[in-house]
Unconditional design. Structure first.
Lengths: 196, 452
């Protein structure tokens, strides 16, 4: 049991750490685009690289946050009926569905992604979006990387199901930033004072 | 397989998917895995196969993933999300509400009008419904109730006003729609301007008229509560004008065709940061949180795209779309009946699902049929955008009512909120009827700005 708990903690920390790291791409994406606008509209001298650059920042951002979002339960689920079930039922459903409807897709993505990225590396592929012809083999490598991160995180989700099926209680998740509405509703629930 | 034809298998695929959605499994991964499984069957060809991995579906999955990454329109989504989280966490909403409230004191139901205008502006900048409703529920709701406003009326204002953000551009929903339907995001923004303003002004008119007929639901402020004109002007200049200018700048550059949505979004996010810096309200911690939340929400939306594109390409390869087309052709209906049927389906889907899933998964089924019935895609998009407002407002699964109830637990009953929402729900449906009778509301501005 201790081993399972450690594994869950390790996976969640890994996914969260990677996701939060790549999350900073949004700042670079934002500043890069502001720079491009300044150059293009004020100095009439647009950059060649920003089109591809912004695509790559955006791609890295969402690909590498996929496992983080899974660890933080941010992926949407239609839980109208699901939340009426007992924890044990929820865990058993999830346990089965992870094998049937999670791993096949992610495995396909991860392993097919290896070939895809491999081909890009072989030809040192560049982008045809702009004359700058920026390399794209790095960003393509992130596809299988994101896939494997999701596999690791998915196994941790399965481990959570095992614990929940045994104990009837979902293990606590790592504390993480939450949406404003969740924070406010939690504070209101506890009767805390809220400053806006 | 089992003697089924391909289109029948496509229907089965949709059926299994709906069942899994109801079981509550994360939708993005369900779509991806089902796409892979059914795709493996669809592309299965023993003659060209050396190993069990020789199947075109594997290339398809990676290529679809890469096309989500290579879509420049979608880069606007994380940027707008980022802008929204910054605005939301920078304490701008309180200033905004206070300023507008002072400026509008002469109107009947002045606080309700102020709350609606704040909601409109604020949700235009953030586009995140939960945040708008909870923040306004803590800020404007108690203020209104304290001044003797009817609780139901105040609740309806907050819940309905908070949803406007998905309709009024620049909205993330419209960008997602543009990508799904392969429409120009610029034109879609232009198309949404008039319907969005129409709905907002209908809400405001309703509040004013109701206060004139029944002054007891929204009492006038007392004379001593109204500050000097100079104070009002100062508040408006300092609090209202900066955000308003930022929104106008973002929207204006897009509609004038100067900047792409992504560029405007980046400028908007940057402008929000600058504003927060001058207000001295954004802490480093809140900034970090905005960065991380942007990553999580972007991942949620984009992985849904990856899954649904894979699912949809297999679904249509198996001939699933043709089934719907045959069905709608065989029942021999008029275009208006088609519109009513689709809108009712979307309305019903809004009960268990959120706008992301409805748009990314179900709307694509109807899109190929628009040509058959000769319906303008921008007009159709606006009907859906209006309709999706109702998915947050229709009891018993009205998310915005639950957000409000969540922050005002002891002070209001859920039934009071539902009662207050009802007139606004009727207004949304009324707005849809107006739009249906005057499609020009959606098509005139895009044509005016960008030609045919």
């Amino acid at each position: 049991m201790q081993f399972i708990n450690n594994y869950i903690k390790f996976c969640e920390s890994l996914s969260t750490w990677v996701g939060k790291g790549f999350a900073w791409c949004i700042v670079i994406l934002c500043l890069g685009t502001v720079y491009e606008c300044t150059m293009a509209y004020i100095f009439n001298n647009p950059t060649l690289w920003n089109f591809d650059f912004s695509l790559q920042m955006y791609g890295a951002l969402f690909l590498m946050s996929g496992a983080y979002a899974l660890a933080a339960e941010a992926h949407v689920r239609g839980d109208v009926i699901y939340r009426l079930f007992s924890v044990k039922t929820q865990a058993s459903i999830d346990f089965v569905l992870y094998f049937l409807f999670f791993f096949p897709g992610i495995f396909a993505l991860a392993f097919a992604g290896i070939d895809y990225a491999g081909n890009a590396w072989k030809s040192l592929e560049t982008s045809w979006n702009s004359p700058a012809q920026i390399q794209i083999y790095m960003i393509k490598t992130l596809i299988p990387t994101a896939g494997f991160l999701l596999i690791i995180q998915g196994l941790s989700e399965v481990a959570r199901c095992v614990i929940a099926m045994k104990t009837g209680k979902w293990p606590e998740r790592l504390a993480d930033v939450e949406e404003t509405e969740k924070i406010l509703m939690k504070k209101a629930e506890k009767g805390e004072e809220i400053k806006i | 397989m089992f003697g089924l034809t391909n289109p029948e298998i496509a229907l089965m695929m949709m059926g299994i998917f709906l069942f899994l959605v109801l079981l509550g499994f994360p939708i993005a991964f369900t779509l991806l895995a089902m796409g892979v499984a059914f795709g493996y069957y669809a592309y299965y060809n023993p003659e060209t196969m050396n190993t069990i991995f020789d199947n075109r579906v594997f290339d398809l999955v990676v290529q679809n993933t890469y096309s989500v990454m290579d879509n420049h329109v979608l880069t606007a989504v994380p940027l707008f999300l980022f802008m929204g989280y910054i605005v939301e966490r920078a304490g701008i909403v309180a200033k905004l509400f206070f300023a507008i409230r002072l400026a509008s004191y002469k109107l009947p139901a002045s606080m309700a009008v102020a709350a609606l205008i704040t909601c409109t502006l604020f949700s235009t900048a953030t586009g995140i419904i939960g945040a708008v409703v909870t923040l306004m529920g803590l800020l404007a709701w108690p203020a209104m109730v304290k001044h003797g406003y009817d609780k139901s009326f105040a609740s309806g204002i907050i819940c309905a006003g908070g949803c406007l953000g998905i309709l009024i551009p620049p909205s993330i929903m419209l960008i997602v729609y543009a990508v799904i339907a392969q429409l120009s995001p610029l034109r879609l923004f232009a198309a949404a301007m008039l319907p969005g303003l129409l709905l907002a002004s209908l809400y405001i008119t309703y509040a004013i008229v109701l206060a004139m007929i029944k002054p007891e639901v929204a009492p006038k402020p007392k004379a001593e509560e109204i500050p000097a004109t100079s104070v009002i002007v100062k508040e408006v200049l300092l609090s209202f004008l900066p955000l308003f200018t930022l929104i106008l700048l973002v929207l204006g550059t897009i509609l004038a065709g100067i900047a792409t949505p992504a560029e405007a979004a980046a400028i908007g996010a940057f402008g929000a940061l600058v504003m927060a810096y001058f207000y001295k309200t954004l802490k480093w911690e809140s900034f970090r949180e905005s960065v991380f939340l942007t990553a999580k929400t972007s991942a949620m939306i984009m992985w849904l795209f990856i899954g649904s594109w894979t699912f949809a390409s297999i679904f249509s390869y198996l001939g699933g779309h043709e089934i719907f087309e045959h069905f709608f052709k065989s029942i021999d209906i008029e275009p208006w009946q088609f519109l009513v049927i689709t809108q009712i389906i979307i309305f019903l889907l809004g009960w268990p699902l959120e706008w992301t899933e409805i748009l990314i998964i179900f709307v694509p089924i109807f899109l190929p049929l628009l040509k058959t019935f000769g319906i303008d895609p921008y007009f159709f998009a606006m009907l859906i955008a209006l309709n999706l407002q109702t998915s947050f407002l229709t009891p018993p699964m009205a998310m915005s009512a639950y957000y409000l109830k969540g922050v005002q637990k002891k002070n209001v009953e859920l039934m009071e909120i539902f009662k207050g929402i009802m007139p606004f729900l009727a207004i949304v449906i009324f707005a849809m009827i107006i739009l249906y009778n005057f499609p020009g509301l959606a098509t005139w501005l895009p044509e005016k700005l960008f030609g045919n």
